[in-house]
Design a protein. Structure first.
Length: 585
């Protein structure tokens, strides 16, 4: 065996060992560990909350400051004794409520989305009440330079002019602090996940004070995440048009070191994102703010993002000041985020969707797929049509490559003859082979170019299928009910014919029908390519379809369908060119 063959076999063996070993010994244990930790945290939080309620103590408390900008700007406690009246939220895409005690938005249900494909499953419950086991809420308020002036807090009991918040009926709240300041708050909601707070403070004081408007989003408990490095889930924001992302673990480490991440900038936004859902604070884009990512002290994990206008607003004697805060709490629909980006001037708001390094491809790919979806009414069919478009774009280049491969196939007997004559003299063999390639005007590396060009296309399409909510639960035909999830069938229970589950197997072994189709198409396509002159290399390449079959078993079904269809189109194109070259030879 030659050193080149030995090295090739070793490289392939090591690659496969790393892939399967990483899946079995790293990814799967990490997933199981994360699930166990989440279950333990949920149990501990439930136990602690029951003890807190029994003792009558606050369940969430913090002595930290929102961005720590001014004296008296403290994060208010949440008490379990909130028996105040709640205002119902009823919009086309959102239902929920908020309490007149504190006026925090802490109950948001996304009515267009369910937890699973089951039509009877619960709708996504995004924001959760402050009295729940895992509070998740938004708050807007004021801080003051005058410590003797009470500001609205979590315990403030507002009065309301109505019981329903809807797109056609905003709610106006009022509260008087009893020391010369009256607070009026108008809360409105539109049809697309946007809630607006219009706050006015009226003074009857004989002196001026400075008011500091702020907004915050707080989440208790570390939520389960996908655990995949290509997707960010957690706090993020855009400051001076630059995206900044913070992991939950990084914030905990920063808090342990006494560090608070506090970017500044004019305009911008800050929030907390899940894979498909986003809670984002959208302040006025004309003012300069101090933002903050932080983990609040306490026994439970509590994460907070916030902003504050550090310069403040001067409230003159006998006058009034106003400010506006906006909250986006809903699904990360691409067109919707783009609309807010343009309509409200929210910089890079679309980056809340993790389009990744191939943004310049990923986003255009999404819009192309979405356009084709509007034509065909099925994202799977749109993917097939999109593949045809990609093949047409690369058609001239692929033609050149396939012609070179067809010529290589014709040259195979001559190459084999050279190997038999000069097999013991590697230098002479290489010289003769290069001379033959030059004489026949063949580039042996031309066949690799289409594959190299497909790599960024493949990853960009993978991103589209994995991160965009439009692909979530999007069906194809037959057994594929969700293009963003792996093929649900498995060869190990004869694709569902046998009455048992194979969930105990690692994901790459649950080998569905579409990955098998892909492997077969890849095998047939390789049969059209010229065989490597070396028999050992030829055997290795014969096993490549098997390797990729198991690899793609864990990928979204939509991506496997794309690859399979792409292979079939490539085979048809390559077969046609081979026939043309054979006729002209």
């Amino acid at each position: 065996m030659t050193p080149e063959n030995r090295n090739l076999i070793l490289a392939v063996a090591l690659s496969m060992a790393v892939l399967f070993g990483w899946q079995i010994f790293v990814i799967q244990p990490e997933i199981e560990k994360e699930q166990a930790q989440q279950a333990l945290i949920a149990e501990q939080q439930a136990t602690k909350r029951e003890a807190d309620i029994a003792a009558g103590t606050p369940t969430i408390a913090s002595n930290g400051n929102v961005a720590n900008p001014t004296p008296g700007m403290t994060v208010q406690e949440i008490t379990t004794g909130d028996n105040a009246k709640r205002i119902t939220i009823d919009a086309s895409l959102v239902q929920g409520s908020f309490s007149l005690q504190g006026a925090r938005i802490d109950d948001i249900i996304l009515t267009s989305y369910r937890e699973t494909l089951d039509s009877e499953s619960d709708n996504i419950h995004f924001f959760k009440k402050t009295s729940s086991k895992a509070p998740f809420f938004a708050e807007f308020g004021w801080a003051s330079s005058d410590a003797d002036q009470p500001m609205p807090s979590a315990q403030t009991l507002w009065s309301s002019d109505r019981d329903l918040l809807s797109p056609s009926s905003p709610v106006t709240l009022r509260w008087n602090n009893g020391k010369g300041l009256e607070f009026t708050r108008k809360i409105s909601i539109n049809d697309d996940y946007l809630i607006t707070y219009d706050d006015t403070v009226t003074s009857t004081l004989g002196n001026a004070i400075t008011m500091y408007p702020f907004g915050l989003v707080r989440r208790q408990g570390t939520p389960p995440t996908s655990g995949i490095y290509i997707l960010h889930e957690g706090p993020l924001g855009v400051f001076d048009e630059t995206l900044k992302e913070e992991d939950y673990s990084d914030l905990k480490d920063a808090a342990a070191g006494g560090i608070t991440v506090t970017p500044e900038g004019t305009g911008g936004w800050i929030g907390i994102t899940d894979k498909y859902w986003l809670a984002a604070l959208l302040p006025s884009q004309q003012e300069k703010y101090t933002y903050s990512f932080q983990t609040l002290p306490g026994t439970a994990d509590r994460y907070q993002v916030d902003y504050i206008d550090n310069r403040g607003l001067t409230l003159a004697a006998g006058s009034a000041v106003s400010t506006q805060g906006r909250l986006f709490a809903g699904a990360k629909k691409v067109a919707l985020l783009d609309f807010y980006k343009e309509e409200m001037g929210i910089p890079n708001f679309d980056l809340a969707i993790d389009f990744g390094w191939f943004y310049f491809l990923t986003k255009p790919f999404f819009y192309a797929l979405d356009y084709l979806f509007q034509l065909f009414g099925n994202f799977g069919v749109a993917t097939l049509a999109f593949t045809v478009v990609i093949k047409l774009a690369f058609f001239p280049l692929a033609n050149k490559s396939y012609r070179s491969m067809a010529k290589m196939r014709i040259l195979t007997p001559k190459l084999q003859s050279l190997r038999e004559r000069f097999g013991d003299d590697r230098m002479r063999l290489n010289q003769e082979m290069m001379a033959l390639y030059k004489a026949e005007k063949v580039n042996p590396a031309a066949g690799c170019l289409p594959v190299l060009l497909q790599i960024p296309v493949f990853f960009a399409l993978y991103k589209v299928l994995f991160v965009t909510i439009e692909m979530r639960h999007a069906p194809f035909f037959g057994w594929v009910a969700d293009l963003s999830a792996p093929d649900p069938t498995s060869i190990f229970n004869i694709f569902g014919l046998l009455p048992y589950s194979v969930d105990f197997l690692p994901p790459f072994l649950q080998l569905g029908l579409w990955p098998i189709f892909m492997g077969i198409s890849m095998f047939l396509q390789m049969r059209l390519n010229p065989a490597p002159p070396d028999p050992i290399q030829a055997k290795i390449f014969q096993w490549m379809p098997v390797f990729f079959t198991f690899l793609l078993a864990t990928f979204p079904a939509g991506l496997v369908i794309y690859w399979t269809w792409n292979n079939l189109l490539s085979m048809a194109q390559q077969w046609y060119i081979m026939k043309q070259v054979a006729k002209s030879s």
